[in-house]
Design a protein around this ligand. Sequence first.
Ligand code: GAR
Length: 203
Amino acid sequence: KTPVAILLSGRGSNATALIRACEDPAFPARICVVISNNPDAPGLEMARKAGLSVKAIDHRPYKKDRAAHEQALDACLKEAGAEAVCLAGYMRLLTPYLTQAWAGKMLNIHPSLLPSFPGLHTHERAIDAGVRLHGCTVHLVTEGMDEGPILGQAAVPVLSGDTPDQLGARVLEQEHKLYPTVLRHFLDKTPASCQAQAALLVG
Ligand code: GAR
């Protein structure tokens, strides 16, 4: 099994999905460390309870020195023997220091069908834009925010009257399936199968 690290900042539901997937002996990854920039992240507590090695590397003491914070992250990733990194709700922008150090080995999940709606508040923006399909994307991390090569996507319908929370819950359910699937294909070096669902005729 390939040692994979998870970086998170909050709830950790995608981290939970990855951790569960790794419990399958046939899954090609094991989680070697879970790191958070937020010492109070519920996801960190969840990982600790799952018996995993966890580490809080608070960004606040580093003030505006992002590179120094990332050097600490990088040292922790190396110490844990990570060979790949999954960002799972890691809500800090990375500098080229870390993206270059982990180029081709760092994955992110984003709650939209990229390249639509990079950044924040994706569900609200999808509703406002009137799109009929929305979803989530797993991509390789590069310097540009939410810009790297797409590894897999899952689509859901936007239903009339959807609130951002309702739409977000529908997307999140797919995130939890997509991320382990894409990670498996990524590590097995097979192309991820198309995750798009039969939602094309909605609306
Ligand atoms: C997820 O919806 C993830 O796609 C999103 O944050 C949420 C984290 O939830 N990530 C981003 O917006 C990154 N740009 P989780 O902590 O329950 O996995």
